[in-house]
Design a protein around this ligand. Structure first.
Ligand code: IMP
Length: 423
């Protein structure tokens, strides 16, 4: 398989967890390189539903090594909770199969308090964050005031540094009218968590390079999506990390020339959680999908906003990520429709454009230009081979390839591992 990056082509929730889980069969090492417990990957295997936030989904396989890279922000309590839940479901997690980068930054309770305080202050301009402290944790990292995971192996230093940080951040938290983070209680809780996590902490760049030298296959599991990228997304309605393929390199220490393939995962329609512009948003599709019990967030349970496939966005995402292949997910969500639309360009102040504008005001001023396709009106969920898809579904997919410039290699027609078709 060689070294592959999987990214989201839209606003996250494209079903990357399932695609990654499928590709993992050929991988030896699975890496998470960006984001934090804001992500929510759902994988259903043998009827059991596993929800992953920080831990790479490779953990569900017996023989895979999983790495949480330096680009991730790590919530020690969040990961321990996740480990406990997975273990209760029979998943084996040890210091041998889960390695955490020494230089990943820690998400602390004051980051969560600040996340809530900042959202409250934004009023109607709120971003709709997951409340997991992601933005404030990355802000501390960039500002050079963060605490890194290596401190979990140095309790004496951690205790002093953490106490200082809590006191310092509490000034801002109290000024925002929010309850201060209890100093001693938090220090003790973090020290207890540190003890449990310390055996997992190591130099993961070395782990990755040793694996590459030994001829192993690496899989970089993306979190969130291209349009939540801090640089390339719909700023400021984005997350605080580089969710695009470049982030896999900076977030792991594996250089670009060692990457062989990029797969972009894309829903057959579009969804978005949280605030921000969404050109093809359509409430009728949202109602239809929600009535089917679909499109509720794995992390927050929020109903996702829904709309038609925006091929302008996806084409641009293919370009930014250097995607060789597309994995289309949730095609079965469109099964009941008479007519299916795809947005193939935007009209901005009378001019037709083929890429997303950079400002929120311009994106909001864009009108979608749609083309119409006849729906296949058949249940796809039990199909076992690509060749057996209805012709109308094949025509829809062919058009998606033409519009986005990437070949479709995988197709999702349901939540289970066996509902992924190889194209
Ligand atoms: P944050 O990452 O919690 O700061 O949230 C920033 C924005 O990214 C919000 O609109 C969130 O809903 C969105 N977001 C963060 N993680 C995910 C994800 O895994 N899937 C979908 N949206 C996400």
């Amino acid at each position: 398989m060689s070294n592959t990056i999987v990214v989201g082509a839209q606003w996250g929730d494209e079903g990357k967890g399932k695609i990654v889980d499928f590709i993992t069969e050929q991988a030896d090492l699975v890496v998470r390189a960006a984001g934090g417990s804001n992500a929510g990957h759902t994988v259903i295997n043998n009827g059991i539903k596993y929800i992953l936030h920080l831990i790479p989904s490779g953990i569900l396989w017996e023989d895979k090594l999983c790495v949480i890279g330096n680009g991730v922000v790590l919530d020690p309590f969040g990961i321990l909770e996740e480990m406990a839940k997975l273990r209760s479901q029979g998943v084996k997690i040890t210091a041998e199969n889960l390695k955490i980068s020494e230089t990943a930054h820690l998400v602390m309770p004051y980051h969560k308090a600040l996340d809530h305080a900042r959202e409250a202050k934004r009023g109607d301009k709120k971003i709709g964050t997951t409340g997991r402290g992601i933005g404030p944790a990355y802000a501390d990292k960039i500002e050079r005031g963060g605490l890194r995971a290596v401190l979990l192996t140095q309790p004496d230093v951690l205790e002093v540094e953490l106490r200082e940080r809590i006191i310092q951040h509490n000034e801002t938290i109290v000024a925002a009218g929010i309850e201060a983070v209890p100093v001693e209680e938090t220090v003790q809780k973090v020290l207890a968590a540190a003890k449990e996590l310390a055996p997992h902490i190591t130099n993961t760049a070395v782990v990755c390079h040793e694996a590459i030298q030994a001829g192993k296959n690496l899989l970089f599991e993306g979190a969130q999506g291209t349009y939540l990228d801090i640089d390339h997304g719909t700023y400021p309605f984005v997350t605080s990390s580089n969710t695009t393929s470049g982030g896999a390199c900076t977030g792991s220490g594996v250089p670009p020339r060692m990457i062989d393939k990029v797969v972009a995962v894309c829903k057959a329609y579009t969804t978005r959680v949280g605030s921000g512009p969404f050109i093809t948003e359509n409430d009728d599709i949202g109602d239809m999908l929600h009535n089917m019990g679909r499109e509720f967030g794995a992390t927050t349970g929020r109903a996702r906003r829904c709309g038609w496939l925006d091929a302008v966005m996806v084409r641009y995402a293919v370009m930014i990520n250097g995607a060789d292949e597309l994995a289309i997910t949730n095609l079965d969500g469109l099964d009941g429709l008479e007519e299916i639309k795809i947005c193939n360009a935007y009209k901005l102040r009378g001019e037709v454009i083929h890429y997303p504008p950079s400002t929120i005001a311009d994106i909001e001023a864009c009108e979608p230009i749609y083309e119409s396709h006849q729906g296949w009106k058949k249940d796809l969920s039990q199909i076992k081979n690509f060749a057996d898809l209805p012709d109308l579904a094949k025509a829809y997919l062919k058009r998606v390839e033409e519009l986005t410039g990437a070949r479709i290699s995988l197709l999702g027609i349901g939540p289970s591992r066996d509902q992924t078709l190889v194209v």
